[in-house]
Design a protein around this ligand. Structure first.
Ligand code: ZN
Length: 179
């Protein structure tokens, strides 16, 4: 699974890093530790298992979890719900080489909403999660672009008309994801 693989790669690189201790600024060492934590509360509470890079500063004997570990914890929650992670959503947009504004223009999604999804401030609902996955498919993306900008490919018979000189107003530059 893609998510698992990327998480493992991140663990590998996290192991090689030497982050600085937040209390004394000295380099900390890393060990990988399995953690089980409870997510949610009441009847909906679930136990999630993650392997985290735990940092240890030998100088001041401080153990801590940094951004890498926090990200792994966050990803586990999205994975549990079967939803795209904020980083995956961002990657879908960036694969199209589009700014949030341009992506919003084509998809009909709100620019602020996209930002909130990408930063994890809010979580997309199931319908939008599926929409986003479709946007990652080249065939769907092409179909969407035809839907949004039917005038971008004028029928050959009428191409001679002097009227279509609206050149660079709305179309994002080189947005096509042609391989
Ligand atoms: Zn320290």
């Amino acid at each position: 699974m893609r998510q698992k693989a990327s998480s493992n790669e991140r663990l590998d690189s996290a192991e090689r890093e030497q982050p600085l201790c937040p209390t004394c600024d000295r380099p900390a060492s890393t060990t990988l530790e399995d953690e089980t934590y409870t997510y949610g509360s009441g009847e909906g509470a679930v136990e999630l298992n993650v392997r985290l890079p735990v940092r240890h500063c030998e100088a001041c004997d401080f153990h801590f979890i940094d951004q890498v570990g926090e990200r792994i914890r966050t990803e586990a929650v999205y994975l549990h719900h079967g939803l795209l992670t904020p980083w995956e959503i961002r990657a879908i947009r960036e694969n199209r080489r589009l700014s949030r504004a341009a992506f919003a223009e084509i998809t009909g999604l709100g620019e602020a909403t996209i930002k909130r999804w990408e930063t994890g401030a809010i979580t997309q609902n199931r319908a939008n999660d599926r929409y986003l996955r479709l946007l990652n498919d080249d065939t769907c993306w092409s179909a969407l672009k035809r839907l949004v900008a039917p005038k971008s490919e004028p029928p050959p018979a009428r191409a001679a008309s002097t009227h279509r000189s609206r050149s660079t107003t709305s179309a994002p530059p080189a947005a096509a994801a042609s391989p």
